[in-house]
Design a protein around this ligand. Sequence first.
Ligand code: PLP
Length: 374
Amino acid sequence: MHIETQSIHAGEKTDVNARSVTSPVYPSTMFRHQDEAGGPSGYIYTRASNPNRDNLEQLLATLEHGSQAAAFASGMAASTAVFQSLDPGAHVMVSDDVYHGTRLLLTGLMKRWNLESSFVDTTDPQQIRESIQKTTRLIWIETPSNPMLHITDLEKIAEIASAHNIIVSVDNTWASPALQNPLDHGADLVMHSATKYLSGHSDILSGVVITKAESPIFDRIRAIQGGSGAVPSPFDCWLLQRSIKTLAYRMRGHSENAGKVARFLEAHPVVEQVYYPGLPSHPGHDIATRQMSGYGGMISFSIKGNGDDAMKITSSSRLIANATSLGGVESLWEQRIRSEPEETQTSPSLIRLSVGLEHPDDLIGDIDQSLNQM
Ligand code: PLP
């Protein structure tokens, strides 16, 4: 089946007694034991499992072409579970342009786990080959990456990794399963901040890890999920499943709008450089065209000005909200360094834009009047 159909039907379990068309919400934190009245549900306690979480996980495993999924209370909880599934002392290789929270997690909290990490340019397979150590257990790739939209060739990296018995895990947040399926390109695990495109309406905090096949690593991730308990509520699982029904159509709209906005920005005299994989000028354009079915809704661009100018532009918009994060129906932008830690390498003149589903002419009009404030 196609993703438009899967998004609507996979994991959907209607209430046969009420003859409902959509799944009910099961807020119950506990379930009757099977030897008492209540039937063979298999559910005991919601931290361990819940019907809404099961439905959501089945849907996400289907959309990412995986075998199982584990849903978490946030993207960071999902990433933490992946890193905690490794033994202390393991080495992790990470895309150098990576969500700053992932970098902080590895260089901060996970240091106490005695996990070693190196940040390398994963767009360059040679750098990956040279950075492999005896203890390297995992390569963590973000493509497109946050905030510079670097594109990594997943098949090339998976080939190198499998020759060394290294797991490849891909943060697929910026593409979503509607535009890219890393497991089809040789990855072992996919992680999402479901807070972004999967939710799509800026009202759910959630994360997920999907595995291609049963594995000891995924068994540990599953044990961490229930054991440490950073699980999404049944209502959030239900709402996320509801939101995902329109994912493919939303991603098509985000990509189409972002393409138009990126071309407008590229021609604007105040703009220095546009980073969008859909533009032929982007160094990862050919790889993105091969491994993605659309280029997504995220654009970063630098302006011919300083940080104050970037701040002025982003606070001058009338339609686009000056806010962090991404993936919702409403457009957002920000001077990116406002949301990154002090030691960031991001230029003060970089603006990150999450292109929403408003009419592109309205967005371009608002961007134009904001750029003209400079
Ligand atoms: N990965 C990427 C690429 C992100 O952009 C984010 C958040 O911005 C995260 C992970 C973290 O997700 P969450 O905020 O849901 O914990």
